[in-house]
Design a protein around this ligand. Structure first.
Ligand code: 5AD
Ligand code: SF4
Length: 465
């Protein structure tokens, strides 16, 4: 999963400890699945009497929902925890209790070690055990210190409460929906199979019920989430085994759900039915995040990706034949152990061949416990820096070109929220770009036809068509 961003979840201004209402502050690191998980934790805690706050200083419960995918993630968490320790002591002097919890992938990877290093932490809870959060908090309040990092994803999905209508409404017209979690691919650079466990698909009935609830609350666009979302499968109500393609058709039938997306996919799991969905399902947006990581077969093999650069290119040809306006997005790693200059050049060449609308690129960072970390031929930091710069310059140029080519075209935009300037609204293009329009263009939640009159690096400026 990608999207390096930081989000704080909170809600209504709340009363204080004395009045019996507790406040929770959740800081979210990393991918969209963490964003989704933080929302579901907020839901689970709401059922337990907690209200969200945007201010860490006034929170009775501070939760860090952490990411372990790349370098120094854990260190960032420890330095944040240091700050929180001070805060907890300061609140303590005012007679206020503060529970400090670490959730997410660092929690899963480090477990007990977190408490050993940072005494202020009361609770360490891995991504598969969030449904146990209310119970764990009760025990913490009774004076226990708790580390909960067992794997049981099915339990999590079964027991996490559904989002409440009011909360969905406050979250807007687009939503994430986790359909699959965990990964069995074991790419040699990646911690996900260790932190998120093995691949589990949520049952069809649960997914459809959650999607219906979202649609009822005004959500128009749903992004299905999974570390290997296109490996999702499940038994349909018709008694046959469904893949993601079939599921997308069922979701598109839900009244109100007009736009569907899914992320992140593995090239090996793009089956014919899913490619056909891109051809036949107008609700499925023409944008696909399909990471390749490298353009060199040698590196791909060392990464255990189990496909060649040519396999990937042929796959993209098939997808583009099915849906010719589809835009590609990807993830790349530079400086994997053993990557030579000519390996890197093969990546550059693949990028030139594909032409990406957007992409995420990273320097390889050895993750403890993964095979990559033990490999020979680690690449010097300066070389990684230099390669990353060249790759990002190329990707940026492609992104600019892609955006610029849309000027003069007409497209549908989903109006999402008020703009930064008065009188403006921000919509979303089929290709995920923000579309800035006048507020007269439509109400929030409307899908309107707009003509693009200008473009920035990644945003579009439009007028009603
Ligand atoms: N080093 C650098 N990048 C990584 N990613 C995953 N693990 C590592 C690592 N050890 C990148 C991959 C993946 C994205 C989510 O993060 O490109 O697709
Ligand atoms: Fe990590 Fe590879 Fe699984 Fe993606 S497919 S989550 S990169 S192991």
């Amino acid at each position: 999963m990608e999207l390096e961003k930081l989000t704080a979840h909170g809600g209504d201004p709340a009363t204080d400890q004395a009045s019996g209402t507790r406040k929770v502050f959740i800081k979210t690191y990393g991918c969209q699945m963490n964003v989704y998980d933080s929302q579901r934790m907020t839901d689970a805690l709401a059922a337990d009497g907690y209200v969200g706050t945007e201010t860490m200083e006034e929170a009775d419960l501070v939760l860090l929902n952490t990411c372990h995918i790349r370098e120094k993630a854990a260190e960032k968490v420890y330095s944040e925890l240091g700050r929180i320790r001070g805060l907890k002591a300061e609140r303590g002097r005012r007679g206020l209790e503060t529970i400090v919890g670490v959730a997410g992938c660092v929690a899963q990877a480090e477990g007990q070690e977190i408490m050993r290093r940072e005494g202020a932490v009361d609770l360490v809870i891995g991504p598969q055990t969030y449904h146990k959060l209310p119970d764990a908090l009760r025990r913490v309040r009774d004076g226990e210190k708790i580390v909960e990092t067992t794997y049981a994803i099915e339990d999590k999905f079964e027991h996490l409460p559904a989002p409440r209508r009011a909360e969905i409404v406050s979250r807007g017209v687009t939503a994430f929906l986790t359909v699959q979690e965990g990964c069995d691919k074991f790419c040699t650079f990646c911690v996900v199979p260790y932190t998120r466990g093995s691949e589990v698909s949520r049952p069809v009935s649960q997914i459809l019920a959650e999607a219906e609830r979202l649609a009822d609350s005004g959500v128009r666009e749903v992004t299905l989430l999974g570390q290997n979302v296109n490996a999702w499968h499940g038994l349909g109500p018709d008694g046959t085994e469904w893949g993601l393609g079939r599921l997308l058709f069922a979701l598109a039938d839900i009244p109100g759900l007009s736009r569907l997306r899914y992320t992140t996919s593995h090239p090996r799991d793009m089956d014919d039915a899913l490619i056909a969905a891109h051809r036949d399902l107008p609700a499925l947006m023409p944008y696909l995040h399909l990471p390749v990581q490298s353009g060199s077969d040698r590196v791909l093999k060392a990464m255990n990706r189990r496909h060649t650069a040519d396999d990937y290119l042929r796959l993209i040809d098939r997808i583009r034949t099915a849906r010719n306006d589809i835009a590609m997005s990807g993830d790349f790693i530079v400086g994997f152990p053993g990557e030579s200059e000519s390996d890197f050049e093969a990546t550059m060449q693949l990028v030139r061949t594909v032409g990406y609308a957007q992409a995420f690129s990273f320097k390889y960072s050895p993750r403890p416990g993964t095979p990559g970390a033990e490999m020979d031929g680690h690449v010097a930091e300066a070389v990684k820096d230099e390669r990353l710069q060249r790759l990002q310059a190329l990707l940026l140029e492609q992104q600019r070109d892609f955006t610029a080519r849309l000027v003069g075209t007409t497209m549908n935009a989903l109006i999402e929220k008020p703009g930064r300037k008065p009188g403006q609204r921000v919509g979303r293009s089929p290709w995920l770009q923000p579309v800035i329009v006048d507020e007269t263009a439509g109400e929030i939640g409307d899908i309107v036809s707009v003509r693009i009159i200008n473009a920035g690096q990644s945003s579009l400026f439009a007028v009603p068509a």
